[in-house]
Design a protein around this ligand. Structure first.
Ligand SMILES: Nc1ncnc2c1ncn2[C@@H]1O[C@H](COP(=O)(O)OP(=O)(O)OP(=O)(O)O)[C@@H](O)[C@H]1O
Length: 269
């Protein structure tokens, strides 16, 4: 699956939110979208998964305009895990995950043994097997997130779009879910807040700031102290970790650096 946004612009309530965005997610790539709060990450993802039609520009999947696909065709090709998962009725975890099979069924078709197997497998992979009969509403934010990822897995789409997939997850599940996503060897586009997670798992990063792409490239190319300062307004030191060979970012808030500068001055005195 190749997903592409070309010159995408979006305005909301008369305000320009995205301007002339170009994004390319090539087959098999794990692409991260990073940027400050309110920079336009969710809006861009929504325009790519057919929720917010761009005012200008085109989003295509293997060369086809995504807005020309039926909902069923789109669901067979791309699975989406949104930032907030609201479910109106009191479904069990198993029922919610089974909903991921809808795109592969005919109207009123009952669940097959294969559907049941896939649901079970996805629950095991996301560590949610023992919660299968629990009410979805009763789960914590992190547990709900894992159920939504399980639902996306059973959809068997070749492209996954995720809006902050590790939001709400504790560090063990953050790593476990990112490992799982990575090992699926699908094409992935994910908005991520944690720059170290982005550095560890992504093949390519797009940095969005104030509705425009500020930089793109490999994490090695993109994650520099200058770029992070320019976009996020924080000071960093960046090391290549000897074990992972990935960039590791240490952050300093303005308050800390000024305190340390003072300490250095007083020590020097
Ligand atoms: N319906 C709307 N009308 C006007 N502005 C909106 C609307 N929806 C979103 N926005 C604004 O669009 C901008 C981009 O929002 P978006 O949710 O895409 O950012 P984000 O990068 O995903 O942020 P976060 O990291 O906080 O989730 C924000 O300034 C937001 O307030």
């Amino acid at each position: 699956m190749n997903l592409q946004a070309r010159q995408v612009s979006v305005a909301l309530s008369g305000k320009k939110i995205l301007e002339h965005i170009d994004v390319q997610v090539s087959q098999g790539m794990f692409v991260g979208l990073i940027g400050p709060n309110g920079s336009g990450k969710s809006t861009l993802l929504k325009s790519m998964y057919r929720i917010k039609k761009p005012d200008d520009g085109i989003v295509s999947l293997n060369g086809e305009d995504v807005y020309q696909l039926s909902a069923r065709q789109a669901a067979q090709r791309m699975a989406v895990v949104r930032q907030e998962s609201t479910v109106e009725f009191d479904f069990t975890v198993r029922e919610i995950v089974m909903m991921g099979r809808t795109a592969h069924k005919r109207l009123f078709q009952t669940d097959t043994a294969e559907d049941t197997r896939l649901v079970h497998e996805a629950l095991v992979r996301t560590g949610m097997e023992e919660y299968a009969e629990r009410s979805f509403q009763s789960l914590s934010g992190g547990e709900k997130q894992r159920v939504m990822i399980a639902r996306a897995l059973v959809q068997e789409a070749k492209l996954l779009i995720l809006d902050e997939p590790t939001n709400h997850l504790d560090i063990r599940y953050q790593l476990q879910i990112m490992d799982l996503l990575r090992n699926l060897r699908l094409t992935v586009l994910a908005a991520l807040h944690d720059l170290n997670i982005a550095a560890m798992y992504c093949d390519h990063l797009y940095v969005i700031n104030e509705g425009r792409i500020a930089a793109n490239g490999t994490p090695e190319e993109v994650l520099t102290p200058n770029l992070i300062h320019e976009v996020f307004g924080v000071e960093t030191e960046i090391y290549v970790h000897p074990k992972t060979q990935k960039k590791h970012i240490v952050f300093f808030s303005g308050m800390h650096t000024s305190r340390w500068e003072k300490e250095e001055v007083s020590t020097a005195l």
